[in-house]
Design a protein around this ligand. Structure first.
Ligand code: UT7
Length: 320
C-alpha cells in the first residue's frame, strides 16, 4: 500500500483593489520602468481597510473545497501558511476553521514567510503519510500591505496581498499526488529579510526590511540546489517536468530557475506581473490559475519551489 496526498482541488482569491506601478510612481521616487524591468511586476492587489488575512484565506479555501467536491465536515486539519496573521494569537487557521463552519478537526499556522506554502504542504503531507489525517486544507494567505514601509521604495513596490488553497486527500495510489517535499533553512541569514517588530521585541507589528541583492544571490543558488535535490530523489531529469510553479518574487529569479531546468518559458507559470510577491500565497494562487485555465492537466509532473525569510527554502514534486 502506498498512501499519497492527492490534490483534490485548489482555489485562489485576490482583493479587488489593483494598484499599478504608475500609482506608486506618483507618490514615491520610483518608475514603472524600474519596477517592471528589475522585477517583472506591473501591478499588485491590496486588501481593503478591515479586510484581514483570514478573510482572503476563507474565500480561497471555499473555492478549493468547492473544486474538490468535498464537504467541510470531511476536513481533519487546516494549515494556514502566513507571516501576516490577523492577531499574534490564536492561529489564523482557527478563525478560518470557524468561518468555514467546521465543527471538528485541528487547525494551526505555519510560519516560513515566502516558503510557507511549501512548508505547509510538507507538514500536511507528513500528517497524511503518518495516518494522522485523511483530508487536509492547506492555505497560503497574506496581507503584506500591512507590514510594508510605504516610504521605502526598495521594498514596498515588490509585494501584494492574496490567498490560495489546496485540499489534500490520502489515497492509496502510485500514479498521483505529492511525490516528496524538501525543506531547508539557514538561520544565520535571519537579518537579510525580516520584520523590525514583533510581540517579543518591540511590541509593535513592525515593517519588512530586506537586503534585496543578497536575498537574490541566495535565491538563485539555493533554488537551483533544491530543484536538483527534488529531481534526484526520484531519478528524474528536468525533461520529466511538465510545469514549474515557482514562488513569485522576481521574474529574473523565476527565469533563472526555468533556464537551469531548460524548460521553455510557456511551461513556467508566471503571475508576478499581475500579483507581485504575495509571499506564502503566491504558489497556490499560481497553481489555481494554471489548473482552472486548463494549462495543468491530470497526470502531469509539477515542480514547486520557493525561498523566503529565515532564510527558508524548499521544493515539492507533484504528479497532478
Ligand atoms: O520573496 C522573498 C524573497 N525575495 C526575493 O527573492 C527578492 C530578491 N531580490 C530582488 O528581487 C532584487 O534584488 C530587487 C528587485 C529587490 C532589487 O533589484 P536589484 O537589481 O538587486 O537592485 P538594487 O537593490 O541593486 O538597486 C539598484 C538601484 C539602486 O540605486 P543605485 O544605488 O544604483 O543608485 C537602488 O537605490 O536601484 C535603486 N532602487 C530603485 N529605483 C527606483 C531600488 N529600488 C528602487 C525603486 N525604484 N523602487
Amino acid at each position: 500500500m502506498t498512501i499519497r496526498s492527492v490534490i483534490l482541488g485548489c482555489g485562489g482569491y485576490l482583493p479587488e483593489r489593483v494598484v499599478g506601478n504608475q500609482e506608486l510612481a506618483e507618490r514615491l521616487d520610483t518608475s514603472d520602468d524600474w519596477i517592471s524591468q528589475r522585477t517583472g511586476i506591473r501591478q499588485r492587489h491590496i486588501a481593503a481597510d478591515g479586510q484581514l488575512t483570514s478573510d482572503l484565506a476563507v474565500i480561497a479555501a471555499q473555492r478549493a473545497i468547492e473544486h474538490a467536491g468535498i464537504g467541510v465536515d470531511e476536513i481533519d486539519l487546516v494549515v494556514v501558511a502566513t507571516a501576516t496573521p490577523d492577531n499574534t494569537f490564536p492561529a489564523t487557521a482557527t478563525r478560518v476553521q470557524a468561518r468555514l463552519g467546521m465543527k471538528r478537526g485541528a487547525a494551526f499556522d505555519v510560519q516560513a514567510v515566502c516558503s510557507g506554502f511549501i512548508y505547509g504542504l510538507s507538514v500536511a503531507d507528513n500528517f497524511i503519510k503518518a495516518g494522522q489525517a485523511k483530508t487536509v486544507l492547506v492555505i497560503g494567505a497574506e496581507t503584506f500591505s500591512r507590514i510594508l514601509d510605504w516610504e521605502d521604495r526598495q521594498t514596498c513596490v515588490l509585494f501584494g496581498d492574496g490567498a490560495g488553497a489546496v485540499v489534500l486527500r490520502a489515497e492509496d495510489t502510485q500514479s498521483q499526488g505529492i511525490l516528496s517535499t524538501h525543506i531547508h533553512s539557514d538561520g544565520t541569514l535571519y537579518d537579510l529579510l525580516y520584520v523590525d517588530g514583533g510581540p517579543s521585541s518591540t511590541g509593535t507589528a513592525g515593517h519588512l526590511r530586506m537586503e534585496g541583492k543578497e536575498v537574490f544571490r541566495h535565491a538563485v543558488h539555493r533554488l537551483s540546489e533544491v530543484v536538483v535535490e527534488a529531481l534526484a530523489a526520484h531519478q528524474l531529469t528536468p525533461r520529466d517536468i511538465d510545469w514549474l510553479v515557482p514562488h513569485q518574487a522576481n521574474l529574473r529569479i523565476i527565469e533563472g530557475v526555468g533556464r537551469k531546468l531548460a524548460l521553455p518559458a510557456e511551461r513556467v507559470v508566471v503571475t508576478v506581473d499581475r500579483h507581485a510577491n504575495t509571499s506564502a500565497a503566491s504558489i497556490p494562487l499560481a497553481l489555481a490559475e494554471a489548473v482552472h485555465d486548463g494549462r495543468i492537466k491530470r497526470g502531469e509532473m509539477i515542480l514547486l519551489e520557493a525561498l523566503g525569510g529565515g532564510l527558508t527554502w524548499g521544493a515539492a514534486l507533484i504528479r497532478w
